[in-house]
Design a protein around this ligand. Structure first.
Ligand SMILES: Cc1cc2nc3c(=O)[nH]c(=O)nc-3n(C[C@H](O)[C@H](O)[C@H](O)COP(=O)(O)OP(=O)(O)OC[C@H]3O[C@@H](n4cnc5c(N)ncnc54)[C@H](O)[C@@H]3O)c2cc1C
Length: 540
């Protein structure tokens, strides 16, 4: 199944196509170059756009005195609530420190303590100070800057900005041999081209825009995950959407990307207060305000429901030198009329991170040969039912290197020709862009922090109704809306199937964690657009 698009009018070629220019795409591209492969890097907006540059808190790695990969593993497994793939976590925590050192070698500069050592802080769910940060709360911007500088220095990486990748192309053997893409602004027919390669890496980031309020930027429409589904790859763990507990609440009518108030603010001593001005985390978890994200998000949601208020408060007035430690957050608070040094910050949860995605092995390869997935679009199994804070930038660094190594060692001698005549209009689909907002509202209402069979079925009915709103006019808005629809369907289907509460999936009608659900839900989409799902033991 493919998205309806015009016929390609031009062709580009490279050894490897990398889609996306966040930490995952840039790391993969640089490592592929180290293996002497030519790279075509395609990105939907300007090259620095994506979640990476917005990351605030930092990168987790066992680098501090007394810390070890085993301790990092333990915290990751606790957050993952029984669904982490042990091998994937091992890879993440043991290869993490080296991946961070490589990033530093690429020029990334992290904040230092007075001793001159890299300063390490703590975030929710970590029992050690192991979070590296840069520019106070501008870690992602520094990671992006350093990697981009290295990419720009390499003439073997061809970059196409403002190009939306639409679908993958198959060869006769079933291997992925390229992608169909559209250069935005070039017109819906003349802008469409094909890029051919011996391996394709999807690094298109998260899918926060499936919800009406998210911390993710506008490019995070999950295009790569939807494209992989249509190409025949499996997705897994998609019901585990992490809601960041503390997003600056502005007013309920403001949709799209919302300013994040990083966990690191609580790490430095800020506390959550309900509408009566009382603390509510202390009795709920031994780590109180620094409990894992799902626990804090649920607690805030509960306080909001009980008091019928749209937010709770974060008291950060006790943090000395707030503007110096958190310059980005300070600026967004001021821009919204709040001085965090003197006033409490209104906060509420919003969709933040997709712990699941396209199911891949330890080399980042999906079930479709030649199609690799890296970063937030992938389900490596390292996050299980809930990602531990600051493990995602790390995942992009670690798996980006592994993917490139695997590609370099397994690249076919020659590019396999594209399967001709694969465009059957009856297998195409394109939804009208007007479906986007109702879809986002339905997802926020029915598939948010807390779900139930009733709320999920209501969302499903809305999605089914929206799926009949078709268009024959291809374009960015229609491609994105259709991708959001496929992702929303996958999330709702898995959320309905999982009749228990675990990690970031909380069912009001099944509030207990059920041992028999210590299984991963895997979903497929066939060429006719029909869904199927299976469940597997995570560590069998
Ligand atoms: C506000 C915020 C704060 C965060 N803080 C932290 C933190 O402190 N620590 C941490 O570890 N994680 C954090 N995260 C999560 C982390 O930033 C992301 O998981 C990570 O950056 C994802 O990297 P990525 O390379 O997979 O995707 P991204 O950085 O999102 O990059 C995706 C790229 O794909 C491109 N793209 C998308 N669709 C297409 C298409 N169809 N065609 C071509 N290109 C496409 C985009 O333009 C972009 O370049 C945070 C996230 C947010 C939103």
């Amino acid at each position: 199944m493919k998205l309806f698009a015009g016929q390609p009018g031009w062709t580009a070629r490279a050894d490897v196509i990398v889609i996306g220019s966040g930490v995952a795409g840039l790391t993969t591209a640089l490592n592929a170059r180290a293996a002497n492969l030519s790279v075509l890097l395609v990105t939907k907006s300007t090259i620095d756009e994506g979640s990476t540059k917005w990351a605030q808190g930092g990168i987790a790695a066992a680098l501090g005195p007394g810390d070890s990969p085993d301790q990092h593993k333990e915290d990751t497994l606790i957050a993952g609530a029984g669904l982490c793939d042990l091998e994937a976590v091992n890879v993440l925590v043991t290869e993490g420190p080296e991946a961070v050192r490589k990033l530093i070698a690429h020029g990334a500069v992290f904040d230092k303590a007075e001793t001159g050592e890299i300063a390490l802080t703590r975030e929710g769910g970590h029992h050690r100070n192991r979070i590296l940060h840069a520019g106070g709360d501008a870690t992602g911007a520094e990671v992006s800057r350093a990697l981009l500088a290295a990419v720009h220095d390499d003439p073997g990486i061809e970059i196409i900005e403002h190009a939306l990748v639409i679908d993958a192309l198959h060869s006769e053997s079933g291997r992925i041999c390229g992608v169909l893409l559209h250069v935005i602004g070039e017109g819906s027919s003349t802008g469409v081209g094909r890029a051919l390669a011996r391996a394709v890496v999807i690094a298109t980031g998260g899918l926060g825009q499936v919800y009406s309020q998210t911390t993710n930027p506008s490019v995070s429409t999950g295009d790569g995950v939807a494209m992989a589904l249509r190409a025949g790859a499996a997705v897994a763990d998609v019901e585990f959407i992490q809601f960041h507990p503390t997003v600056l609440w502005r007013d309920s009518s403001q949709g799209g990307q919302q300013p994040l108030i990083s966990e690191a603010v609580r790490g430095e001593g800020a506390i959550l207060l309900n509408h009566k001005g009382e603390r509510f985390m202390q009795n709920l978890h031994e780590q109180a305000d620094l409990a894992p994200r799902d626990i804090v998000a649920k607690a805030i949601f509960g306080q909001m429901k009980e008091a019928l208020v749209p937010h709770v408060w974060l008291d950060a007035t006790g943090i000395a030198e707030f503007p110096e430690r958190f310059p980005t957050i300070f600026a967004s608070c001021l821009a919204n009329g709040i001085d965090p040094q003197r006033q409490f910050i209104p906060v509420s949860p919003a969709s933040h991170y997709a712990s699941g995605g396209v199911l891949v092995d330890l080399n980042g390869e999906s079930s479709v040969p030649g199609l690799y997935i890296c970063g937030e679009s992938a389900c490596t199994g390292a996050h299980g039912a809930n990602r531990l804070a600051s493990n995602s930038l790390l995942e992009g660094l670690v798996f980006g290197a592994r993917i490139s190594e695997h590609i370099a060692q397994n690249l076919p001698e020659q590019l396999e020709p594209e399967l001709g005549g694969s465009d059957h209009p009856e297998e195409s689909i394109l939804l009208d862009p007007s479906t986007r907002i109702p879809l986002q509202l339905a997802m926020s209402e029915g598939v948010g922090v807390m779900r139930s069979e009733k709320s999920l079925k209501t969302a499903l009915t809305t999605l089914q109704r929206l799926s009949t709103h078709r268009t024959m006019t291809p374009g960015v808005a229609a491609w994105e809306a259709t991708n959001l629809y496929f992702l929303a369907m996958a999330i709702v289907r898995s959320a309905l199937e999982r009749r228990e509460s675990r990690g970031s999936h909380w069912r009001m009608d099944y509030p207990e964690t059920d041992q028999k659900w210590e299984r991963r839900i895997i979903q497929h989409l066939d060429r006719a657009g029909d869904w199927s799902s299976t469940t597997v033991d995570v560590n069998s």
